[in-house]
Design a protein around this ligand. Structure first.
Ligand code: CMC
Length: 372
């Protein structure tokens, strides 16, 4: 019961996660994550999550066009990004910009299916621009405006680095975003659904999700993983590092999972092979340290890596700054969050659980002057 473990809080037709025959299962709207990883694109997956089915060729083209057209940010948001202190964590920036986008939407409280889809497309399109713009502003670089001819992942890397990514880099980020797009009632999605269940607007629900994602036990873990890999620095130091941390009772970030207990997170399988491919093509350093950490954590604690573990070395190899890792997670997860908010609106009942009271028994009020 603690941490609502195994408590089923709602019906949902968006995502199924399970452990079956000793294997971790993840399906979006009935499609296996490995099939989507192999054959799909982030745009197609976002469509699947929002609309429930894979798009036809025409539907996908139209959806991609709509996303590409919505990438630009209003001048006020750019002003906000310029005014926020440059040391602000980029995830706090994304949260704040989401709220500001809400304040600029005259129809913020409209919740029809069509309006919610429209708002979702706008948020999915704008998240990468907010992140890339803020990074360039804080590092004193000129803004690189979105390009409509690039796919979602490629456009993000283009805006972030100021040059078109190679096909491999764009494909890697696209795959990473597919793997992060949705994961049932994880903490941030649950937070979004709780907000939506009060009939709060979609921006408020996404703000709740972005705030929740940043925690190091959730999406903030991958940044901590990278800090750990940097501290370890060479593969042969991994074992003693892990042993010492565990002896002190500390957690190793990027390991363990509430649902995939003792089985491999299916996303990790995909990310590990992606990290390996990138390591062979570009730089093996982070992958080699990661593998050594994985072995040591399994040896001393029997824990397996989760989605946040190999994403760290993938992002490092793609040249993404450490404190943007959780933002990359959010850029992928926004489509899942929106799908859940829409599902919540469409079959709503206020989410309002109870607490088991363990405080003092009823007692008489002591007036102020009679207190010691
Ligand atoms: N390092 C060391 N020990 C761990 C870890 C870890 N990363 N994760 C779990 N344990 C141990 C924990 O100490 C406990 O051991 P014992 O029974 O000996 O006291 C046992 O495993 C069960 O842990 P728990 O806290 O009951 O597990 P949980 O289901 O509440 O927590 C978790 C799940 C993901 C929060 C946890 O595994 C953790 O803190 N991991 C590190 C942070 C992390 O990688 N988060 C990303 C999660 S996956 C993607 C996402 O949601 O963003």
């Amino acid at each position: 019961m603690s941490g609502l473990e195994d408590v089923v809080a709602c019906d949902s037709s968006i995502c199924r996660i399970a452990v079956e025959d000793g294997r971790g299962i993840l399906e979006y709207r009935g499609y296996d994550i490995h099939d989507l990883a192999k054959n799909s694109s982030y745009e197609e997956v976002a469509y699947l999550l929002l609309f429930g089915d894979l798009p036809s060729k025409r539907e996908l083209e139209k959806f991609k066009e709509e996303l590409a057209m919505q990438r630009s940010l209003p001048a006020q948001i750019i002003g906000l990004l310029t005014h926020l202190p440059p040391f602000t964590h980029p995830m706090v920036v994304l949260r704040t910009a989401t709220s500001y986008l809400g304040s600029m939407d005259k129809y913020i409280h409209y919740k029809s299916h069509e309006m919610s889809i429209e708002k979702s497309i706008s948020l999915i399109a704008k998240f990468p621009t907010v992140v890339a713009y803020f990074h360039r502003i804080r590092s004193g670089q000129n803004l690189v405006h979105p390009r409509e001819d690039l796919d979602h992942a490629a456009n993000f890397l283009y805006m972030l680095h100021g040059e078109e990514p190679t096909e491999t880099m764009a494909k890697c980020l696209d795959l990473d975003m597919i793997l992060h797009a949705e994961h049932e009632l994880n903490a941030s999605t649950f937070a979004a659904r709780i907000a939506a269940s009060t009939l709060a607007d979609i921006y408020a629900s996404i703000v709740a999700a972005t705030g929740t994602l940043l925690g190091p036990l959730h999406g903030g873990a991958s940044q901590k993983v990278m800090e750990m890999l940097r501290e370890i620095a060479v593969p042969w130091r991994a074992e003693s590092y892990v042993r010492e941390k565990l002896e002190k009772g500390e957690r190793i970030m990027g390991f363990g999972h509430r649902v995939y207990r003792r089985v491999m997170d299916p996303r990790t399988l995909e990310l590990k092979s992606l990290a390996k491919r990138l390591a062979e093509e570009r730089n093996p350093k982070w992958y080699e340290i990661s593998e050594a950490v994985e072995e040591a954590v399994y040896k001393y604690k029997g824990l397996l890596p989760n989605v946040d573990f190999y994403s760290a070395s993938v992002y490092a190899t793609l040249g993404i700054p450490d404190d943007l890792y959780v933002n990359i997670f959010a850029i992928g997860r926004i489509s899942g969050w929106c799908a859940h908010v829409i599902e919540q609106y469409e079959n709503n009942r206020l989410i309002r659980p109870r607490a088991n009271y363990i405080g003092p028994e009823r007692r008489g009020y002591i007036p102020f002057d009679e207190r010691p």
